[in-house]
Design a protein around this ligand. Sequence first.
Ligand code: FHN
Length: 466
Amino acid sequence: MRKAALSGVMLCVLVLAGAAQSTTPPRPFDAAREKRLEWFRDAKYGMFIHWGLYAIPAGEWKGQRSLGLGEWIMNRLKIPVRDYEPLAKQFNPTKFNPDEWVQLAQDAGMKYIVITSKHHDGFALFKSAASPYNVVDATPYKRDILKQLADACAKRGMRLGFYYSQSQDWHEKDGAGNTWDFGPDQDASGKELKNYDAYLRGKAEPQVRELLTNYGPVALIWFDTPRMMTDLRGQRFADIVRQTQPNTLIDGRLGTEGDYRSTGDNVIPAEASTEAWETPATINHTWGFRKDDIDWKRPGEIAFKLVDIVSKGGNYLLNVGPTAEGVIPQASQENLRTVGRWLKINGEAVYGAGMSPFGDEFGEWTAKGAKDVRGQKLFLANNEWRVTTRPGKLYITFFAEPRAPFEIPAMKNKLLRAYRLADHAPVDLKTENGRTTFSLERPILDPMATVVVVEFEGPKVEKQPD
Ligand code: FHN
């Protein structure tokens, strides 16, 4: 019965695992790429920052509320460049304190920061010779945001990467995306109607070169929404990165040549993967600040998503959206810091930890053909516990009181001992008929997430055949 159910599940997995993630097949082993990825694979948790002129309207334009993402307001309301561009004259983030931002990321337990250097609206948060539409040349603030953040990161040992919208640039007549001022990018047959290469060569490529030249070591470039990004065009960006800073990672949305896979926004795959990957995620429902969105993810949700992702082999890049003044909303800060306090005690289960050797704990594909909100086959997730690993150790993180007694998934290795990670209190293991169980004192130590370490013989879990 169990076998039949499992093979049904396996079938769905074969058909659909790619659908929840990327459609590209796993790439051959590349030693140089693996070396570049070493820090990324250990880091697990990063801070995404979406900041730009869109923080000024913050979801409302001339009394009209724009729906959806705060940073898309120009596009959603079809605001002409001549009306949107003057926002730069109001951009004066006097409360921006880069040290506080980096401190927040550190308090939160995040190991890298990725900030929007230029989003789709075309405005750069850095001094650029390629376009005067930047924070130094076009605003009363006049100071390079990225330079200040790069200095603060360097001082505090925080890795810094830059988001760069390579394709969409609504400010430029030849960039992709601004159909309301400059007409469609392509006709129905796919023929390009703008001089897209003029934009790429005149603004995007030089700006990416500036980012890689003027701010010290760049952990990664986070390209996004690769429209009309042919292999040749993508390769031009990849060449700039590789030639300027060979250790800089390229995310999965350049359109070609990424070092790791980026999932869809807020998408956590149903299953584990050995390929490096990252989930970019919002902490409320927008990336750029919106004054009406205060629906923050709670610390428990954030902790669950982080451990869920790590147990599947990925990284969690969690976004904050600062206000136009330069303040990261207080409530989101508090939630991040709560998770950071948990990580201070339980980080061994997260940083540098390996994925689950099991997988059944993730849940199963529905057998009834139901679809999720994205129209894909529904995965019925189990969110009670997750497993991460280090040589000779399993970290079982409980997000709810475990069923008592809790049965450790079957494995061939001899189990040696168990204890709570937070206080090292021993946990008794009981083995009967080849099944090992334990019970935790109630209520469990930390209702947000309690980690039990189980030590076993040998470096790696050897699974029992089903
Ligand atoms: O259009 C962008 C969006 O504004 C945001 O930057 C996200 C982050 O992953 N990327 C695009 C949508 O996928």
